[in-house]
Design a protein around this ligand. Structure first.
Ligand SMILES: Cc1cc2nc3c(=O)[nH]c(=O)nc-3n(C[C@H](O)[C@H](O)[C@H](O)COP(=O)(O)OP(=O)(O)OC[C@H]3O[C@@H](n4cnc5c(N)ncnc54)[C@H](O)[C@@H]3O)c2cc1C
Length: 407
């Protein structure tokens, strides 16, 4: 049913369910060609973004409104369970198809794209790929159909330095008891469950961490005020405090001590999502700049005919295309090095492209009546959430030297 809903938006609606199923098995390694299924997802989400998101993104941003209506539409299309198999109610898409969806949705509205990305890559895929049958029943089925999932790793005293998290989990009979503070939990205000990372033994550092699925409506779980941020302003991220939160023993994902590995592997996926989100923002900034430059006349001709503007637009095009290639490669060949490289390139390139966009619009580039300043603010965030650019570079260096036996 979800696939049918997805196809409603696509001109390629000649596909039958059987055809899509067959296409989903054709997952090729990325060359320069998308499979027919990936191209169908691209067309669907591009049309959706143009019709629903682009006209409303500025209002969602300026009023910091969570995009309920559009998340509901994405749910109806099946995209909130993009990589879950059709048998289990999802669309059964590959990671590249999901990355393309995040890119196109972010091109229309960066905030909506980020919510889609975190829900799928960091929550749904975690439960889908690692959850027990009981966990999937409680923490997956509803999350394909409208409930929103969150991922809580960061703490006030531990961001990049994940091994230093202090949220504590203690076993008490058949229950885990969680205490601690999480920060920046995206969608926690609207969400229904959180994948929480906590330490069972702080002395063991990263080897003491475990992952737990926690319903948000649990006694002792308190949400703080929504953060007021300069980027992705329609996203709601907030602190979450856990005070003697009791959850059944069976809500732990994986084994004791495997939480750090789970978090890192999930972040390898999450970074593909944020890289795709950055590509979408950058593409939107390039679209904005070209549209403006075509219309604006200076020295008797349109801006596109001034060599320096042409150079800027060309630089922007190269930056967008490079970031897209790195992101699609990472989505088809998932590794820490590829994901970190994609996020590094896409975040930096998006910031540079958005900067050019502001410049091309001149004074209007600074005006809130135009999209350029929003793209500039949104692009900046992609170098921070999902892991700062600085650590992505260190990760690439580490794995590159390891490949050469040179550590
Ligand atoms: C809008 C938004 C949404 C978010 N959503 C979530 C979420 O849903 N779940 C979640 O768990 N977290 C979330 N985060 C948190 C985000 O992932 C962290 O902010 C990020 O990982 C950086 O951590 P930090 O802010 O503690 O910065 P720090 O770790 O304190 O780093 C600050 C700076 O120090 C430098 N630095 C630190 N360590 C290193 C290093 N090893 N190598 C090189 N330089 C270094 C870098 O310049 C870095 O920018 C979100 C953040 C934002 C802004």
């Amino acid at each position: 049913m979800a696939t049918g809903a997805l196809l409603k938006y696509s001109k390629l609606s000649v596909y039958s369910l059987q055809t899509l199923k067959a296409l989903s098995s054709q997952c090729r390694t990325f060359t320069s060609q998308l499979t027919e299924q990936q191209a169908a997802v691209q067309e669907l989400t591009r049309n959706f973004a143009n019709e629903h998101l682009k006209p409303n993104a500025a209002k969602l941003d300026s009023e910091a409104l969570f995009p309920f209506k559009y998340i509901k539409k994405l749910t109806d299309l099946g995209l909130m369970g993009a990589c879950v198999s059709e048998k289990n109610g999802g669309l059964g898409l590959d990671y590249l198809s999901l990355a393309i969806a995040v890119e196109e949705i972010s091109r229309g509205c960066a905030s909506t794209g980020m919510i889609l990305s975190i829900h799928n890559f960091l929550y749904v895929n975690l439960v889908n790929e690692r959850g027990t049958p009981e966990q999937k029943k409680l923490f997956l089925n509803d999350f394909i159909r409208g409930s929103i999932g969150c991922f809580a790793l960061s703490e006030p005293g531990a961001g990049t330095d994940v091994a230093s998290i202090r949220t504590r989990a203690i076993l008490d009979g058949d229950h885990w008891v969680l205490n601690g503070k999480k920060s920046w939990v995206t969608s926690a205000v609207e969400g229904s469950a959180i994948a929480v990372f906590a330490t069972i033994d702080p002395d063991l550092k990263h080897k003491g961490i475990a992952c737990f699925l926690v319903p948000i409506e649990t006694d002792g779980l308190f949400k703080g005020n929504k953060e007021r941020i300069m980027s992705v302003r329609a996203v709601t991220s907030c602190p979450v405090t856990l005070e003697d939160v009791r959850i059944p023993k069976s809500y732990m994902v994986g084994e004791e001590g495997t939480g750090f590995k789970i978090a890192m592997e999930q972040l390898d996926q999450g970074r593909i999502g944020i890289a795709a989100h950055a590509v979408g923002i950058a593409q939107s900034a390039l679209d904005t700049a070209i549209n403006y430059a075509k219309e604006r006349v200076a020295f008797g001709k349109s801006l596109t005919r001034l060599p320096s503007v042409k150079d800027r637009l060309t630089d922007m095009c190269i930056l967008v295309e490079t970031a897209r290639l790195a992101t699609y490669r990472a989505a088809t060949d998932v590794s820490t090095k590829n994901s970190a490289m994609a996020k590094y390139i896409a975040g930096r390139n998006a910031a540079a492209v958005a900067d050019h966009c502001v410049q091309i619009l001149g004074g209007r580039g600074l005006s809130t009546n135009y999209d350029a300043e929003r793209h500039y603010r949104d692009a900046r965030g992609t170098q921070i959430y999902g892991g700062v650019t600085d650590i992505q570079k260190r990760l690439v260096g580490h794995y590159m030297l390891r490949e050469h036996d040179a550590l």
